[in-house]
Design a protein around this ligand. Structure first.
Ligand code: 1HE
Length: 278
């Protein structure tokens, strides 16, 4: 389909396919139309320093134009240990506000960027690492994953969008408990409460995330766009407004030639049926 007829303009890539990024702690590789972004600071458990937060913002703002889905994962034993505590300094209120807003900008770029992002989780998904995972559209966790918000015991508060996104996954009460009591969720309970949509054996989260990303990349781009940009906003609207926004989005997607082609393919027996799950 003529993707360019609807897709908004993208910046030139900040760095190019399969090349090392200007930040050695972050890598982008294109696997056909899947952008694979890797946190690569294993010695520090992929802790997020300011430079790495900005690199995340930039890489998702400038994904190559052929990217149709992305996967985010972490190198080493853990997905991400959150804020780099060695950079935690006392800031005045204004500086602190701007610092937190910088994280927001970066993670907004993931949530409301150009393509759906699947996070492949393992090991520690804690603090700002959990905030990062929560900004992705789908989370796949392996058996080694654990979730925590140590901010509560470090005398600070979440600042990377966690107060907005995490209650949407697990509810305000569970997040309050995690921060007040230091509760850690293991992989099984984490999936049960809603941190991850998929739970897979140890060492296979990246494979599963790639499988899902390939499926997502095959969707009509306008459907993916609606899911990323309209659905979360509809969910925030009053029902009366949400119904109207839904109808607008529904009319736009069904009017695209790709929708008609896909429906025709089904009617002519050329597209997969929905298979019953045993
Ligand atoms: C770090 C960090 C970090 C590890 N900042 N350096 N996040 C936290 O409070 C989590 C703190 N980290 C941990 O609890 C553990 O490191 C882990 C459970 C993640 C991993 O344990 P482990 O045994 O595999 O590693 P380690 O031996 O604890 O750490 C290895 C090295 O990484 C060590 O440095 P080294 O120079 O002594 O080898 C650690 O100091 C370093 N490291 N995590 C800096 N986070 C927008 S606001 C967000 C607010 C937050 O995210 S607060 C929560 C911060």
């Amino acid at each position: 389909m003529a993707e360019s007829t609807w897709r908004f303009a993208r910046h030139q890539p900040f760095f190019h396919t399969n090349m090392t990024s200007p930040n050695p702690d972050l890598h982008l590789e294109m696997h056909n139309d899947i952008a694979v972004v890797r946190l690569s600071r294993p010695a520090k458990r992929n802790a997020l320093n300011d430079a790495l937060v900005l690199a995340l913002r930039d890489v998702f703002a400038t994904l190559p134009a052929n990217a149709r889905a992305a996967v985010l994962h972490g190198e080493g034993e853990h997905f991400c240990a959150g804020l780099d505590l060695s950079e935690l300094q006392s800031r005045d209120a204004g500086e602190g506000m701007l610092h937190s807003r910088m994280w927001h900008q970066a993670f907004q770029q993931i949530q409301f960027g150009t393509v759906p992002v699947v996070a492949a989780l393992h090991g520690a998904v804690v603090g700002g690492g959990l905030e990062l995972a929560a900004s992705c559209h789908i989370r796949v966790a392996d058996d080694t994953t654990f979730y925590a918000l140590p901010e509560g015991s470090r005398g600070i508060f979440v600042g990377g969008g966690g107060a907005v996104r995490i209650p949407k996954l697990i509810g305000v009460a569970r997040m309050t408990d995690m921060m007040m009591t230091g509760r850690v969720y293991n992989a099984v309970d984490g999936e049960r409460v809603g941190f991850a949509q998929y739970l897979v054996p140890a060492g296979t989260a990246l494979d599963k995330a790639m499988e899902l990303a390939k499926h997502i990349a095959g969707n009509a781009p306008l459907t993916n766009y609606a899911l990323m940009h309209a659905l979360p906003r509809i969910a925030e609207q009053a029902a009366d407004h949400g119904f109207v926004t839904e109808s607008l989005m529904s009319s736009i997607t069904q009017a695209a030639p790709e929708a008609k082609a896909r429906v025709d393919a089904f009617l002519q027996g050329r597209a997969a049926k929905v298979e019953k799950k045993s």
